[in-house]
Ligand binder design. Structure first.
Ligand code: URA
Length: 234
């Protein structure tokens, strides 16, 4: 693939901007500056540097973010910062999107990708991907509430009861809940419908993929092969 196309597909700007980056000597491959936009390289295991920062060519981008509170899962946030402010600009430029949304005050595992099929598969209600949350409640959780969450609660606007796929109390006001759907404010609404109130919500896991304890709030990383296997991408 030509060098300008490589930069373009990886989100380094318009074709013109990519050609300018190359002409300005800001792009190196294999340690050598390349000023030729039409120089061709195999994209297999290709890495390159732009302004001294190393990038690996990725046909598709799959990443995880440990979302902090106070960020909206939108490119055009209404009241807070966007989660895209936590990522390098190249990722938004190449069309990376959130794989489902977390509320502004929800923290934890957020996946992002520019692979439309992957985004669809992981957000489609048909696929029923389990998502596990740790919820802190305002009041102590009692057995009636835990049973209601397990057996199903009726949410406003829904015709059928919605039950958590798993409910594990983790403390007096702490419960781990797994849900297979991705309805608007689902966990908060379920806890409210069970007679309590969700004060804090943290997503710990999507499918078999857990948020690594080493990923600090606000930090992101590419998904590795093991992560993609856990998600069933390959
Ligand atoms: N359920 C909610 O209520 N909020 C989220 O952010 C995610 C799931």
């Amino acid at each position: 693939m030509d060098l300008d196309s490589i930069l373009f597909t990886q989100g380094f700007g318009s074709r013109r901007q990519c050609r300018a980056l190359i002409a300005e000597g800001r792009v190196s491959i294999g340690g050598a500056v390349c000023r030729e936009p039409t120089a061709s390289f195999s994209t297999d295991a290709l890495s390159f540097e732009v302004d001294g920062q190393q990038w690996h060519f990725r046909e598709r981008a799959y990443l995880m973010l440990n979302k902090p509170a106070g960020y909206e899962c939108s490119r055009e946030p209404q009241h807070h910062l966007s989660v895209f402010a936590l990522l390098p600009g190249q990722l938004a430029a190449r069309g990376v999107q959130c794989v489902g949304r977390l509320d502004e005050d929800t923290t934890g595992l957020l996946l992002l990708s520019d692979d439309g099929k992957f985004i669809h598969a992981y957000t489609s209600p048909k696929r029923k991907v389990p998502k596990t949350y740790l919820a802190t409640t305002r009041h102590p959780l009692d057995d009636t509430q835990l049973v209601a969450l397990r057996d199903g609660v009726l949410l406003h606007g829904e015709k059928q009861l919605i039950a958590a796929a798993a409910v594990h109390p983790r403390g007096e006001r702490l419960v781990e809940l797994t849900v297979n759907e991705g309805k608007y404010h689902q966990v908060k609404r379920m806890i409210a419908a069970a007679g309590n109130r969700c004060e804090a919500l943290h997503r710990e896991r999507i499918g078999m993929l857990a948020l690594p304890s080493t990923l600090a709030p606000g930090a992101w990383r590419w998904l590795d092969e093991a992560d993609l296997d856990a998600l069933g991408v390959r």
